[in-house]
Design a protein around this ligand. Sequence first.
Ligand code: XIL
Length: 298
Amino acid sequence: ASTLGAAAAQSGRYFGAAISAGRLGDSQYTTIASREFSMVTAENEMKIDATEPNRGQFNFGNGDRIYNWAVQNGKRVRGHTLAWHSQQPGWMQSLSGGSLRQAMIDHINGVMAHYKGKIYAWDVVNEAYSDSGGGRRDSNLQRTGNDWIEVAFRTARAADPAAKLCYNDYNIDNWTWAKTQGVYNMVRDFKQRGVPIDCVGLQSHFNGNSPYNSNYRTTISSFAALGVDVQITELDIQGGSPQTYAAVTNDCLAVARCAGITVWGVRDQDSWLGAGASPLLFNGGNKKPAYDAVLNAL
Ligand code: XIL
C-alpha cells in the first residue's frame, strides 16, 4: 500500500490525523490529509468551549466543517472530547457541585445527540488522572464527586449506543508509571462493575520528559486484556525519530485490539508543539523519514 490509511487497512486498522478547521482552505494540507488518512479527529472544534460557548447554546459550525470534510473524503471521525478540566467555556469553569455535574451531563447529551450514529469513538473523559501518584487530578469536575467519570460514561452510552466510548489520557504509555496503573485500575473496575467503556486512548505525546519506552507494548496488551480496544489517539514524537515511530507502529500491530493510530497534526508546521519540534510525518508537502518508517512498519 502507498498511503498510511491503506497500509493500516491491510490489518483492519485505521490511520488518522488531527484536523484543524482553519486549515481546510490550505490545499497542500488537504491534499496530504485526504490522501493519507482514514480517520479524523477535530483538533479543537468538538471540545467543550467550541461546542457549548454559552450554557445550553450549542455551536457545531466548525465541528461540522471538519465532520463534513472527513465524510466527503471517505474518512471516519473520532469525537474529542466531552468531559475535561481544560478548554472549558468560562460559564462552566465557574460552576461547581450539582450544577456542574448537571452541566456535564447536559453537554454530553447535547453534543452526542447532534453527532448521533456518526462517530466511531468518543473521548468521553479526557485527562482525569494526576501526573503523580496514580490518583485523580484535582479539577472542578473531580470535586463534584469521584463518580463523575462513570456518570459521564453511562450518560454517553445512553446518548449514542453506536459510538465506542473511550477514556483518553497522556503519560499512560509507560507501564511502570503510577498514572498508567491508576487508569488501568479504573478500567478494570469499570469492566468488573459493568460501567460502559469500550476503549482506552493513549495520547502518546512522546518527548524528553515522557519518552517512548519499550514497555509500551505491555501497556497496550495489558489494557486490551481487560476487554477494551486501545487507540493511539494523539501521537507525536519530539524530534521525529523514525525508529521510535516504527516502534510505536510495531507495538500497535502486535496487539489485536490496538485498533488504530492517530497523529496529532499533519505537517510539522501544523503541530501544537511548533515546527521546531519536528514531531510529525510531513514537512511542508514532503514525506519525512518518519513517514517511511511508519509506512514500512504497517
Ligand atoms: C491541543 C491542541 O492541539 C491545541 O491547538 C490547543 O491549543 C490545546 O489543545 N491533549 C489533548 C488535546 O487531549 O486536546 C490537546 O490538543 C493536546 C493534549
